[in-house]
Design a protein around this ligand. Structure first.
Ligand SMILES: *Cc1c(COP(=O)(O)O)cnc(C)c1O
Length: 377
């Protein structure tokens, strides 16, 4: 646990918007260690970010190698590795003829998607879903349902209506030709791992087509193998117009981006960013994808192992995204797990498990044992 001295220093010099009490100093694979050398199995993975585990040697090596060649140059110049990365991402997305715009975070990816939808459709209205989360910057916040996040910051730039997740009739009721885009998470993450009902992604696609609106799939949390496919929408037959991505893309090196389908892109000067798609981020993402290509076929099996181990508590599971509704019991369960060497996360009254995708069967079994104990106690 973090020493008082360091806690005081944080309280003095940092804004106190985050609450936390463990100081993690190193990590390897699915394990991390705190400042007193206590070991934890990490079922948080930096919030679904450390997809290849902590400090994967291939990722660390790629970052180090690139750091000795070129750290930053800006998009005033071609950037080494950037086009190859875009090609790989477009291919994984299945959007033939699609193009990539890189960002530095999930919110910025959503921001890019919203600006692209706004500028290319000429329309201003958006539809999002209740309990959905799309980020904290103003555009992304306009589409984020949670009032605690949104209301202190009104007025927000975009008009957005929030429909119950999975409610097709509710969606049809607010849709018309004035809607620029509908944004949807294929599995709601911050809401506590809530998968879209069977067929809903296809229904959203159809309603968007009927109203000449774009479909934005927010894969910031679900992308890059998290649910067992490269992107979670690929469990459906729906094809989005825009995909947002970030968290797992570069194993923790800050990066994000969007893929937009053929014919949908920013014109020169319409959007940009100093750091976007920089050499280090691209190197980290290439190495991440290299590792994921080797393990992606095993992710659903590992997720099922988690699900089976926790079956008594009705987990919701898609790949290595697992959620269990606990309400007020979440905080004590989390604390028990931490005291017994497993890091877990509580979100909206749900236990959320999003471990590194390289977690081993032994680590899953150990985590499951501790989580079961916590839930039973
Ligand atoms: C985390 C998240 C975001 C925001 O990403 P940041 O990198 O925190 O800005 C957006 N959408 C979804 C679905 C997320 O899970």
């Amino acid at each position: 646990m973090v020493q008082n001295e360091y806690r005081d220093m944080c309280d003095t010099y940092l804004m106190r918007n985050f609450s936390r009490d463990i100081l993690i100093t190193r990590g390897k694979g699915a394990r991390v260690w705190d400042d007193e050398d206590n070991e934890y199995i990490d079922c948080v993975a930096g919030i679904a970010v450390c997809s290849t585990g902590h400090c994967h040697p291939k990722v660390a090596e790629a970052i180090c190698r690139q750091a000795q060649e070129l750290i930053h140059i800006s998009n005033l110049f071609y950037i080494p590795g950037q086009a190859q990365l875009a090609k790989r991402i477009v291919e994984k997305s299945g959007l033939k003829g699609g193009r990539v715009f890189f960002s530095n975070s999930g919110s910025e990816a959503v921001e890019a998607a919203v600006k692209l939808a706004r500028v290319r459709t000429g329309k201003k209205r958006f539809i999002a879903f209740r309990s959905g989360f799309h980020g904290r910057t103003y555009g992304a916040l306009s589409l984020t349902h949670k009032e605690d996040y949104r209301l202190p910051f009104t007025p927000l730039p975009y008009e957005c209506e929030f429909v119950k997740y999975g409610d097709l009739e509710g969606l049809k009721a607010v849709m018309d030709e004035t809607v620029a885009a509908v944004i949807i998470e294929p599995v709601q993450g911050e809401a506590g791992v809530i998968p879209a009902p069977e067929g809903f992604m296809e229904d959203v696609r159809k309603v968007c087509n009927e109203n000449d609106a774009l479909m934005i799939v927010d894969e910031v949390q679900t992308g890059f193998g998290r649910t067992g496919t490269w992107f979670a929408f690929q469990h459906s037959t729906a094809k989005p117009d825009i995909i947002t991505m970030a968290k797992g893309i570069a194993s923790g090196f800050p990066m994000g981006g969007i893929v937009a389908r053929e014919g949908l892109e920013f014109l020169p000067g319409e959007h940009g960013g100093t750091f976007n798609g920089g050499p280090l981020a691209c190197a980290a993402a290439h190495a991440t994808i290299d590792v994921l290509e080797e393990i992606i076929g095993d992710i659903e099996r590992k997720g099922a192992r988690f699900r089976d181990g926790l079956a008594a508590y009705n987990p919701r599971q898609r790949g290595l995204m697992i959620g269990i509704t606990l309400g007020d019991r979440c905080a004590p369960v989390k604390q028990y797990c931490e005291e017994h060497g497993v890091l877990v996360n509580c979100t909206s009254g749900n236990l959320r498990l999003v471990p590194p995708l390289v977690i081993t069967d032994e680590e899953i079994d150990q985590a499951v044992r501790v989580i079961n104990e916590a839930l039973n106690s």
